[in-house]
Design a protein around this ligand. Structure first.
Ligand SMILES: [Cu+2]
Length: 177
């Protein structure tokens, strides 16, 4: 009887420990972030979610509709302000970068922390993509002025500074909780 009681108590203690560990993860800001995307017309065109990896990096998932078919550059820009849609989202600033990095996956000293691969939009105007970035730390996205997810009119060539020659900014979403 005494042996059985000891085992039961040990089981309870292990359960409590597991509960504490997951509460700590939540306290470290390991929560999902979201961006609701607005087109340069002012219309809602989809969303993006940002999920933290257990160790380093984050998974970014995008779903859009009503965009021009073809490839589109996708980046995180340095300021979380998408209020000037008629002015092609100038307020969102340049790309999110940690230091003197250059734009693009294919250049020396690249990429910017905010660089992501191009998004394919089909003939129906719909696009979906999942990206994993080891460079990305979700806690950087909501710091200070925040960050914006930006979709450009054309494809990113992954080498031309500062935005891969990807043309106008056509959809923007402030990244937040
Ligand atoms: Cu950009």
């Amino acid at each position: 009887m005494r042996t059985f009681l000891t085992i039961a108590l040990t089981g309870a203690a292990l359960f409590c420990f597991a509960g504490t560990a997951s509460a700590e993860d939540a306290a470290q800001g390991m929560t999902e972030l979201k961006a609701n995307l607005v087109a340069d017309s002012g219309k809602a065109v989809g969303s993006a979610t940002f999920r933290p990896a257990e160790d380093e990096g984050a998974l970014v998932s995008i779903e859009v509709s009503g965009l021009t078919p073809g490839w589109h550059g996708v980046h995180m820009h340095a300021t979380g302000d998408c209020s000037d849609h008629a002015d092609h989202f100038k307020k969102a600033g340049g790309h999110m970068a940690e230091g003197d990095e250059k734009h693009g996956f294919l250049v020396k000293d690249g990429p910017h922390e905010g660089d992501l691969p191009n998004l394919w939009v089909g003939a129906d105007g719909m696009g979906k993509a999942d990206y994993f970035s080891e460079e990305l730390d979700l806690s950087d996205l909501t710091e200070g002025d925040g960050t914006a997810l930006m979709i450009h009119a054309g494809p990113d060539d992954y080498k031309t500074d500062p935005a891969g020659n990807s043309g106008d900014r056509v959809a923007c979403g402030v990244i937040g909780k």
